[in-house]
Design a protein. Structure first.
Length: 468
C-alpha cells in the first residue's frame, strides 16, 4: 500500500502561510494562490520581484516568523534556502498542529507539493513523494497531453445539470446516464466548441432519459498527419485513444494505430489506385450505422482529412443522415513532408505562393488542370498522388512554359524512418520516380524551393544532377 493519501484542500477562506522572501516563496505562492484564499508571506526582507508580484494579492509581513503566525493556518510552506533554519521554522509550524511542507526537505515535511494540472473544475496532481520531482513533472506533461483543453469547462457544464439530473433520473440510473453523456455526442459537441448544441442535446437527454437519447454515438473525422505519430495533434491522440471503432486508410501507419485502446475495433477501409478495398459509399454507411449503435467512431485519414481526403464528402453525408460529426485537422502531407525534407513551401526570394493539386483522375486519364496557370506562377507546386502520372505532369508543365530546369523533388514516405527524398528538375521528374524506385505514397514538389530539399539517395541524385 502507498504511504501517501492524496487529498485536495479547499482554498476559499483558508489561511495559507508561506515563509520566505525570494523565488522559492514566489513559486509556492503561485501554486496555492486561489480565489478567496487568505495568503500570508512572512520574511524580514522581500526580493523586489516578489514584492512587485504579490504586494496587492497577499499580505506581506516583513519580519521574522513567530509561533503565533501559524495558529489557525490551514497549510504552511517553508520556502528558504538555509536548510537548518528551514527545519527550525518547520518544527515551529508543526508544533502548532499545522500541516507543513519544508521545500526540498522531505523528511521534515508533513505533505508534498505535487505537479499540478489545473483546468478549473478539474485538477490533477502527480506526486513522487519528493523522491523524483523532475519525474513528477514529466508525468504531469504526459497526462496533460491526454486531457482536452476544455475538460474543466466540461466539468462545470456537467455541474450545472446535476440538480436536474437528480430530479429526473433515479439514483441507480445516474451513473450510467453520466457515462453515456461523457462518452457520447454531448461531450463531443461541447469539447469541439459547440456549447449551445451540447446544451440542447443535454436538455433533451435529461427530459427524455433513455439510453438512446443519452448516447447516440458520434463520428470524428481525424487527420493522422503525414506518418510520424509524434506529429499527431493532442486532440487526435485523445480521440484515437478513446475510440470504440477506428476506420483507417492505407496512409495510417501501425505506430499510429498502436495508440488505440486494445479493445477498440480497427477496420481497414483504405484505397489505392484502381483498388478500392471498401467503396466510399460503404464507408459512409458503415460510419452512420456504427454511430447509430452508440459507438464513438474515429474515421482516421492520413494527412489532413480536408486536403484530398474526402473528409468534406463524408462530413456532408453524416450530417445529412442526422449523425453528430466533428472534424479534427491534421498536419497535411505537403507541410509535414516538406518540413522533414528541409524544403520551404514559400520563400521570400523564390516562391510567393504554394498550390496543392492532385495527380489523380478518373480511370487512367491525365489530371485535368490549368497547366498554363500552374506553369506561369512564381510559386511552389505540390502534387498529391502524382507518382503514376509523373511523366504526363512533367510534359504538360514544360509544354505550357515551365522552364525544364526548374528544381523538383520527390518525397516518398515523408517523416517516416524509410523516407526517401530525390532531387532533380521538372524535366527529369519521371526519371526520378523510375530510377529511384518510388512506389508511393509520395509527393511531387516543383519550384525553386525544391532545391532546398536534403536528398536521401545520394548516389542516384548525384548522377541525375550531372545529366540534368
Amino acid at each position: 500500500m502507498a504511504e501517501l493519501f492524496p487529498a485536495f484542500h479547499k482554498l476559499r477562506g483558508a489561511r495559507i502561510v508561506i515563509i520566505g522572501g525570494g523565488d522559492l516563496a514566489a513559486r509556492k505562492a503561485r501554486l496555492v494562490h486561489g480565489e478567496g484564499a487568505d495568503l500570508r508571506i512572512i520574511w524580514p526582507c522581500f526580493a523586489p520581484d516578489l514584492w512587485a508580484e504579490w504586494s496587492e494579492r497577499a499580505a506581506l509581513i516583513d519580519r521574522p516568523p513567530e509561533a503565533g503566525d501559524f495558529v489557525g493556518a490551514a497549510l504552511v510552506f517553508v520556502a528558504i534556502e538555509d536548510e537548518a533554519e528551514a527545519r527550525r521554522i518547520g518544527a515551529m509550524a508543526r508544533a502548532a498542529g499545522v500541516p507543513t511542507n519544508v521545500v526540498d526537505v522531505p523528511d521534515a515535511s508533513d505533505f508534498y507539493t505535487p505537479s499540478i494540472i489545473d483546468r478549473g473544475e478539474v485538477v490533477v496532481a502527480v506526486s513522487t513523494a519528493g523522491a523524483a520531482p523532475v519525474l513528477g513533472r514529466r508525468l504531469r506533461a504526459k497526462v496533460e497531453a491526454l486531457l482536452p483543453a476544455r475538460v474543466g469547462d466540461l466539468a462545470a457544464f456537467a455541474k450545472s445539470f446535476r440538480a436536474s439530473v437528480a430530479a429526473k433520473i433515479a439514483p441507480d440510473g445516474r451513473r450510467a446516464f453520466w457515462e453515456r453523456v461523457f462518452d457520447g455526442d454531448i461531450a463531443a459537441a461541447f469539447l469541439s466548441g459547440d456549447e449551445a448544441g451540447a446544451r440542447e442535446k443535454m436538455l433533451a437527454a435529461v427530459n427524455a432519459p433513455s439510453k438512446d437519447d443519452a448516447r447516440r454515438g458520434v463520428v470524428h473525422i481525424v487527420g493522422a498527419g503525414p506518418g510520424d505519430p509524434e506529429l499527431l495533434t493532442l486532440r487526435a491522440l485523445r480521440l484515437i485513444q478513446n475510440a470504440d471503432v477506428i476506420l483507417y486508410d492505407r496512409l495510417v501507419g501501425e505506430e499510429v494505430l498502436a495508440l488505440a485502446r486494445r479493445d477498440a475495433d480497427r477496420v481497414f477501409v483504405g484505397k489505392a489506385k484502381a483498388d478500392h478495398a471498401v467503396p466510399q459509399e460503404d464507408i459512409e454507411e458503415m460510419m452512420i450505422s456504427l454511430a447509430r449503435e452508440g459507438k464513438m467512431v474515429v474515421r482516421l485519414k492520413g494527412g489532413d482529412p480536408f486536403v484530398f481526403g474526402r473528409g468534406g464528402e463524408e462530413l456532408e453525408t453524416l450530417r445529412a443522415a442526422g449523425v453528430d460529426a466533428h472534424v479534427t485537422p491534421g498536419v497535411t502531407a505537403a507541410t509535414g513532408c516538406a518540413a522533414s525534407a528541409g524544403l520551404p513551401l514559400t520563400h521570400r526570394n523564390h516562391a510567393q505562393a504554394v498550390t496543392f493539386v492532385t495527380g489523380h483522375a478518373k480511370g487512367d486519364a491525365d489530371p485535368d488542370l490549368d497547366w498554363a496557370s500552374l506553369a506561369a506562377l512564381d510559386q511552389t507546386l505540390v502534387v498529391y498522388m502524382g507518382v503514376g502520372k509523373a511523366r504526363a505532369i512533367s510534359e504538360r508543365l514544360n509544354s505550357s512554359g515551365l522552364d525544364p530546369a526548374t528544381p523538383a523533388a520527390v518525397i516518398e514516405n515523408g517523416t517516416l524512418p524509410d523516407e526517401k527524398i530525390l532531387v532533380g528538375t521538372a524535366a527529369s521528374l519521371p526519371d526520378l520516380v523510375c530510377a529511384g524506385g518510388v512506389k508511393g505514397p509520395a509527393l511531387l514538389v516543383i519550384g525553386e524551393t525544391a532545391a532546398f530539399a536534403a536528398p536521401r539517395a545520394v548516389g542516384f541524385v548525384a548522377e541525375e544532377r550531372m545529366t540534368a
